[in-house]
Design a protein around this ligand. Structure first.
Ligand code: NAP
Length: 309
């Protein structure tokens, strides 16, 4: 039996399935950390997720580690460079989550513009009989800027077709053959956009890509939607821009220090806050589990992961 180190719990179904086929050391269980040293020589695979990651210190502790298999597409929490330096391949679960993350991003665009969550709070609070809500913003026909026209960004752009929107995108390089307009300057694209949707990876290369200047370019009527990573946005600058009315609103699924959400955001009416649920549907989570298992089996049977990062 292969000895696997699982860094954090996924669904009950997944945890049971993994433990049925392999010897699993579940790192979150009491006493597991102490067992890690005695098992370190035998651990061949680390199973983790975008949330639990895998740092260089842990990789170093496992002399016979052969692969890191992760649940989720983002791998900014995994030290891929440290793994590569030891020749350890890393897999993720791309593509199967594109639709659900893009649906959620588009939901945030509509919710922020049409004040749906705010209207729901208004009705529940019994305020309807005594007044009205401020008017919302039209979504159809507007300008959508996408930061990161990759797998998820493409799916967001596709959804915008049904809303007759104009689409531009900002990547480091233009996408060959894309029907959407490329913007080399993020600030220029933010100035042009009514809605700015972030769908790029997290990590050092994109840290605070959305700066105070970008937020100011998006402006007092602009809406920021973030389904990428909290690190991509300068969060204190975002809070300031919202408090000072320099930004119209924001729909956030991700934050700088999850699960902490700045109090100022909780207090603002023009912000929609979700607890990192981009891929959190029954169908997509099952597909992600299946892809993780497929990677694991392929590696154990043929020595190759299917979807390496
Ligand atoms: P992907 O296919 O690799 O696309 C990433 C896009 O970002 C590419 O178009 C890339 O283009 C662009 N990009 C990368 N670095 C950039 C930079 N420094 N500046 C501007 N653009 C940059 O990835 P994906 O599968 O669509 O996933 C994107 C991200 O979504 C993940 O990494 C993850 O962080 C996030 N995500 C969030 C959730 C959630 O629950 N909210 C769920 C799944 C994924 P270039 O290489 O040309 O720059």
């Amino acid at each position: 039996m292969t000895c696997i180190l699982q860094l954090g719990p996924l669904t009950e179904r997944f945890n049971r399935g993994l433990a049925a086929e392999h010897e699993v050391l579940a790192l979150w269980e009491p006493g597991a950390d102490a067992l890690l040293d005695s098992h370190a020589q035998r651990i061949e695979i680390v199973v983790t997720s975008a949330r639990f990651g895998c740092n260089a210190a842990l990789i170093e502790r496992l002399p016979n580690l052969r692969a890191i298999v992760s649940f989720g597409v983002g791998y900014d929490a995994i030290d891929v460079a440290a793994a590569r330096a030891r020749g350890i391949p890393v897999s993720n679960t791309p593509d199967v989550l594109n639709d659900c993350v893009a649906d959620l991003a588009f939901g945030l665009v509509i919710d922020c513009a049409r004040k749906m969550s705010r209207a729901d709070r208004f009705v529940r609070a019994g305020e309807w009989p005594s007044g009205g809500l401020p008017l919302g913003t039209r979504v159809s026909g507007k300008r959508l800027g996408i930061v990161g026209l990759g797998r998820i960004g493409e799916a967001v752009a596709k959804r915008s077709n049904g809303f007759d929107m104009q689409v531009r995108y900002h990547n480091r390089r233009p996408v060959e053959g894309s029907p959407y307009g490329y913007e080399a300057s993020l600030i220029e694209m933010a100035r042009w956009s009514d809605f700015l949707v972030l769908a790029c990876p997290g990590g050092d290369a994109t840290r605070h890509l959305v700066s105070r200047e970008v937020l100011d370019a998006l402006g007092p009527k602009g809406i920021l939607v973030n389904v990428s990573r909290g690190s991509v946005v300068d969060e204190p600058a975002l809070v300031e821009a919202l408090l000072e009315g320099r930004l119209g609103g924001a729909g956030l699924d991700v934050y700088a220090h999850e699960p902490k959400v700045p109090q100022a955001l909780l207090d603002l009416p023009n912000v929609v806050l979700l607890p990192h649920i981009g891929s959190a549907t029954e169908e997509t989570r099952l597909a992600m589990e299946e892809l993780l298992f497929a990677n694991l089996r392929a590696f154990l049977e043929c020595g190759e992961l299917l979807t390496t990062v």
